[in-house]
Design a protein around this ligand. Structure first.
Ligand code: 5BU
Length: 251
């Protein structure tokens, strides 16, 4: 079996994007590869969750456009402080999917001003190589394959999308359900310790499965944490499960 690279080996690689370096350093410092997905609907819930899970995560993933009472000063400014306090990155799961010019506008303008605060952003690569050129302030995580049943990200699509991700300097990794070339960090959502699906197409695997079989670098957990009775405790459980699975995958 092929050996995976450790986080330290990845930090030591050439031409590493500053946001990839930061993420890997936080992972080693906190012994965590956990990204919590904060799919909550209010600013208060977002901040409360960030405070509770902050010590256990490397990044907090947002869908900032689902926050019903969004206000840049009230939602984002305190979130930046919480992220600094607990030393985690902010990842906006925007899944850009347009031409470069439109993505440039969506990234920096409107009410969310994503380029001001997101260390990491997700983007489709469906618009081609140049569509990614304007994401200057964030590390781009390319959507290469999805976790949902019936996704159109078949092997041909994934292979072509992966070539774009590998060759674009703004891209630090990909979201996928398969192993990636080792210079791309692999982010895997669809992780849950208790259930196999959500009845809405989502398909879940365990941390153990994705570290062993896909050589995942970071697991993304939403409902397994924010819907738990005790999100703080749940984030600790996923942090430990993720770290143990990472260490086991080093062989
Ligand atoms: P869950 O509650 O753990 O199922 O949430 C998973 C999160 O990851 C959610 O925010 C999705 O939008 C996101 N996601 C995903 O689940 N699967 C994918 O393939 C991609 C993103 Br891309």
């Amino acid at each position: 079996e092929k050996k995976r690279k450790s986080y330290q080996q990845k930090i030591d690689s050439n031409n590493l994007h500053s946001k990839a370096k930061k993420l890997l350093e936080v992972a080693l410092e906190k012994k965590s590869n956990l990204i919590a997905s904060a799919d909550v609907l209010t600013t208060k819930e977002l901040h409360d969750l960030a405070e509770k899970v902050g010590p256990n995560i490397v990044a907090l993933k947002t869908h900032i456009d689902i926050i019903t009472d969004f206000d840049y000063d009230k939602t984002i400014i305190p979130l930046i402080d919480i992220a600094a306090k607990h030393n985690f990155l902010l990842m906006e799961d925007r899944k850009f999917a347009d031409i470069g010019n439109t993505q440039e506008l969506q990234y920096s303008y409107g009410i969310y001003k994503i380029s001001n605060w997101a260390d990491l952003i997700t983007s489709q690569v469906i618009g081609g190589f140049q569509s990614l050129d304007f994401f200057h302030n964030s590390g781009v995580i390319a959507i290469l394959g999805m976790s949902s049943a019936g996704t159109l990200t078949d092997k041909n699509y994934r292979d072509e999308a992966t070539k774009i991700a590998q060759s674009h300097p703004n891209v630090i990794g990909g979201v996928a359900q398969n192993e990636l070339p080792e210079e791309l960090l692999l982010f895997t959502p669809g992780i849950n310790l208790d259930t196999k699906g959500d009845g809405k197409g989502q398909q879940y695997n365990t941390p153990e499965h994705v570290f062993r079989n896909l050589h995942t670098d970071f697991i993304i957990v939403g409902r397994g944490i924010y819907k738990a009775e005790n999100p703080e405790q749940a984030s600790l459980s996923y942090k430990i499960a993720g770290w143990d699975a990472y260490e086991a995958s080093l062989g």
